[in-house]
Write a protein that binds this ligand. Structure first.
Ligand SMILES: [Zn+2]
Length: 319
């Protein structure tokens, strides 16, 4: 890793999803200096993936001095043992010791983590939590992803499954979650939850939201938030409940972790952050020994690049 020591080094990060590998090359401050990409699919196995990453690394090396170590974020459940224990989009990698196998094939130091952790790490390098030592990222999309950085390092827990905030229970015996449990935060404040809440709404609101989705390309949650803003009382009641549950979940996380910076990303984030006062009020009710005014709640800034930048930061940390 001699190149990592030189001042003009750059670090390569790869975000591996079900359809593509996104590659970025970043400098020490997290500026993206080069990009690349390759297609992936259900048939992608370790050998295919290593070939794609290897050729992307060569491509990126043509533009700058690249550190030997590479970071890779995978859409799936990564264990602390370096084995991918689950991934709906990359089934041929499941059960494989991907970290060791990729490292052997690539012939360079390789750090693999899951994509939500990488996204959290990426927000701390030139993103919404730039320079912040301890913070929590929560991504509100079809499900809820989250990642925790404590003292400048990703926190994985004892077995690699830390920070599943979407499956923290915010309501005893509450709504059924996709994971099989009841009352998870994800069952209240995600696009999947919004879709279910719309299905249970009045015929009038249901028809209106479905029209927004099909004619204007809105998500169900976005439509609910916009209709609430437009004075629709039923939509307002539904979204108020979503925000309250998110507030309970985040307050519980703050009570356990003592983080004061919360970064919110994902497709639902704009609607949520437009209700920041409501969210802070909901948190206030559940916070212990502090008030919500002491917290910083900000929008994620890296967008779709967060995972790849965070993976590059993993490589940087390998120095
Ligand atoms: Zn759940």
């Amino acid at each position: 890793m001699t190149s990592a020591a030189s001042q003009d080094s750059s670090w390569a990060g790869f975000d591996v999803g079900g359809q593509a590998v996104k590659a970025v090359l970043v400098d020490e401050r997290g500026n993206i200096v080069a990009r690349g990409g390759r297609a992936t699919g259900l048939e992608t196995d370790v050998r295919h993936l290593a070939a794609a990453i290897g050729s992307l690394a060569d491509e990126l090396s043509a533009t700058a001095t690249v550190a030997d170590a590479v970071g890779i974020g995978l859409a799936g459940v990564m264990g602390a043992d370096g084995v991918l224990h689950g991934s709906p989009n990359l089934p041929r990698l499941v059960g494989r010791p991907v970290q060791r196998e990729l490292e052997e094939i690539l012939g360079r130091a390789t750090i693999v983590d899951n994509d939500a952790n990488c996204a959290a790490f990426g927000e701390g390098l030139g993103g919404a939590a730039d320079g912040v030592a301890s913070y929590l990222l929560i991504t509100l999309g079809s499900g809820i992803g989250s990642g925790l950085v404590l003292g400048g390092e990703l926190h994985h827990g004892a077995t690699g499954y830390a920070c599943e905030l979407g499956h923290s229970v915010v309501c005893s015996k509450g709504r059924l979650c996709g994971c099989g449990n009841r009352g998870c935060l994800e069952a209240y404040c995600s696009e999947t939850a919004a879709r279910a809440l719309v299905a249970e709404a009045s015929e009038r609101l249901r028809a209106a939201v479905i029209a927004d989705v099909s004619e204007r390309g809105h998500g169900h949650a976005q439509s609910l938030f916009e209709r609430a803003d437009g004075g629709d009382d039923e939509a307002r009641a539904i979204t108020a409940d979503m925000i309250e549950m998110l507030g309970i979940g985040l307050a519980s996380a703050v009570n356990v972790l003592d983080v004061t910076v919360l970064v919110i990303g994902g497709g639902i984030a704009p609607g949520v952050l437009a209700r920041k006062d409501e969210l802070l009020a909901a948190m206030d009710a559940s916070l212990f020994a502090r008030d919500a005014a002491s917290l910083t709640v900000v929008a994620a800034a890296r967008g779709g690049d967060a995972g790849a930048v965070g993976a590059a930061r993993l490589a940087m940390s390998a120095r």
